[in-house]
Design a binder for this molecule. Structure first.
Ligand SMILES: [Zn+2]
Length: 419
């Protein structure tokens, strides 16, 4: 008989999207929350608030290696933009090995845990040797990322990414069948690994042709997997899509049936009204990566239009120029204020503050509840950014006035992995 581990954590406050309450305990059994309710006996967490862990829904761990190195103009390329940044990113990607990607990923995952992210969606597109030859195990690099997540203790949704054209040879698979075979094998390998789940992705409408989108969409539906894709990050991508296909990127995703309830559109920065209508009608999600989108000069996503349509929103730290969920959320609302010239913009129906909407986007849930994974963060209530904040104002103070420095600890499946 399996030994059931049961413990009760009693912080000063339990935080949810709308507020904070004292006198509550969070009971954890077998890695999941079994109860949130009044409690007096258990493990006290003095000076701490307990909150759901943040979900980092879009990451390329290795790009953290660019931090601090790309914030200057190369004299040979005086016009610096997304496309010149991409050249630097390719140079970094070309030098990766299974060992170095595992090490870079572990460091990145550890930083995420320290910042309050307890799960991450890794959009992984570096697959083969630099010349495009597959490794003896064609999933070596994907597995290296997964092992790094296990090393760090973070929950991982691993997305092997299809790449048919452009980019580097090591990103590309010769056929969609050979790509999907690798996804099959990876799913099998990940079975029984409690922190690892496998989904599927296509890099972008630039990197894969129409037929691949159809096949990957069909595979995701058949296997019931989440399917992600970058779309609408840059105007040039939209122009190229229009000239190749006669439609905009999200329209192509709808035509090819890639778009569906399990699909996530990463960025959607330049999505127009019709594309947003399609995302909404198909029940798909949008992942915003504001610190990266700002750093790359991409633009700002149509946040008000996304909120108005009830499109599910998540956030990602993408290039890891900064790893801080509070800052991602703050950027969404602050940019919406800059654009509209108003305050408290992204307020959901029946609410008066954007904070609950933003926290739900960051957590992928509204608060701690029975049945969920016990993926938790501890917030340090004595942190200088939070001292003197009244209990009722704590969620907004976190989103608008604090940062990852206020995170004192993180637990994944109930196990302490940071702090
Ligand atoms: Zn990305």
């Amino acid at each position: 008989m399996a030994f059931l581990v049961r413990r009760v954590l009693i912080p000063d406050l339990v935080l949810d999207a709308r507020g904070a309450k004292s006198g509550l305990g969070v009971t954890i059994e077998d890695g999941r929350i079994s109860e949130v309710g009044p409690a007096t006996a258990g493990e006290r967490l003095p000076g701490k608030a307990l909150a759901p862990g943040f979900v980092n829904d879009h990451s390329h761990t290795f790009q953290r290696g660019l931090r601090g190195t790309v914030e200057r103009i190369e004299p040979s390329r005086p016009h610096d933009d997304f496309w010149t940044w991409r050249e630097r990113m390719y140079e970094l990607a070309d030098g990766l090995s299974p060992d170095s990607i595992r090490e870079a990923s572990r460091r990145c995952f550890e930083e995420m845990l320290s910042a309050g992210y307890t799960s991450v969606t890794e959009f992984h597109y570096v697959h083969h040797y630099p010349d495009g030859t597959p490794y003896e195990d064609p999933n070596s690099l994907s597995k290296a990322v997964a092992l790094a997540a296990e090393d760090a203790g973070i929950r991982l949704l691993l997305l092997p990414v299809a790449y048919a054209r452009g980019g580097l040879p090591r990103f590309r698979d010769p056929t969609v069948q050979s790509f999907l075979k690798r996804v099959d094998d990876l799913q099998e390998w990940a079975e029984g690994r409690s922190l690892i789940e496998v989904g599927v992705a296509a890099h972008s409408v630039r990197a894969v042709p129409r037929a691949w989108l159809e096949d990957i969409g069909a595979y995701a539906r058949y296997e019931n997997l989440p399917a992600h894709i970058h779309a609408g990050e840059q105007e040039r991508e939209i122009e190229e899509c229009l000239s190749e296909h006669g439609v905009r990127p999200v329209e192509l995703l709808a035509q090819t049936r890639f778009l569906g309830p399990s699909a996530t559109i990463v960025h959607a920065t330049h999505a127009d009204e019709h594309e947003l209508d399609l995302i909404s009608a198909h029940g798909a999600s949008v992942c915003a990566c504001p610190t990266t989108e700002g750093n790359l000069g991409d633009g700002f996503l149509p946040a008000v239009e996304i909120r108005d349509r009830g499109i599910r929103l998540s956030v990602g730290s993408d290039s890891h120029v900064r790893v801080d969920p509070f800052e991602e959320l703050r950027e969404i609302e602050t940019n919406a204020r800059r654009v509209t010239g108003r305050r408290n913009v992204l307020v959901a129906e029946d609410e008066i503050s954007p904070t609950p909407y933003l926290l739900r986007a960051g957590w992928g849930r509204a608060g701690l509840k029975a049945g969920d994974h016990a993926d938790l963060v501890e917030v340090d209530l004595s942190h200088p950014t939070l001292s003197d904040v009244k209990t009722g104002d704590l969620p907004s103070a976190l989103v608008f006035g604090a940062g990852s420095g206020a995170v004192a600890g993180a637990r994944v499946a109930g196990e302490r992995v940071y702090g």
